[in-house]
Design a protein. Structure first.
Length: 154
């Protein structure tokens, strides 16, 4: 089995995330999306979509310097190495587009092995918290606990 990288429309990637992501809904937007396809038959290729990554601007305004990209969502069907494949591809694509750094976040209970496998660095725990404020109420439908921030030099 080998994995093949393909571009994918944001709309299609959002649909995949909505169907497969464990604890987040699809993001509203993004800069670009990539997809991983499994090629099971070497003699008669039959490709199956196994995951997507959506990359956009950093959600944190403090990190949005114009040269930093953020992996907003990664979702796979559990295919071996698909997460690492997509994180590595997102890093290379961001680099090719002129970004100098790419970041993402994981929950503390997630190992981060897919990120470490492709050269990302654990930058430590963030505070977490809700987006809702008295002046702009929001409904938080996602985990609000502290998260681990990861980065890679693009």
């Amino acid at each position: 089995m080998r994995l093949i990288l393909r571009p994918i429309a944001l709309r299609e990637a959002r649909y995949w995330v909505q169907s497969w992501h464990r604890h987040h809904k699809a993001p509203q937007g993004g800069k670009f999306a990539l997809s991983a396809w499994r090629d099971d038959r070497p003699t008669m290729p039959q490709e199956t979509l196994v995951g997507v990554v959506i990359v956009g601007r950093p959600v944190s305004r403090m990190l949005d310097d114009g040269l930093t990209a953020e992996v907003i969502r990664v979702a796979t069907d559990g295919t071996r190495n698909a997460n690492s494949f997509l994180y590595g591809a997102a890093k290379r694509a961001a680099q090719a587009m002129g970004y100098t750094k790419i970041i993402t976040y994981t929950l503390p209970e997630e190992s981060g092995v897919s990120l470490r496998a492709v050269g990302w660095t654990n930058c430590g725990l963030t505070r977490g918290g809700a987006w809702s404020r008295e002046s702009r109420p929001r409904l938080d439908n996602h985990p609000t606990q502290a998260k681990i921030r990861w980065e890679a030099i693009a």
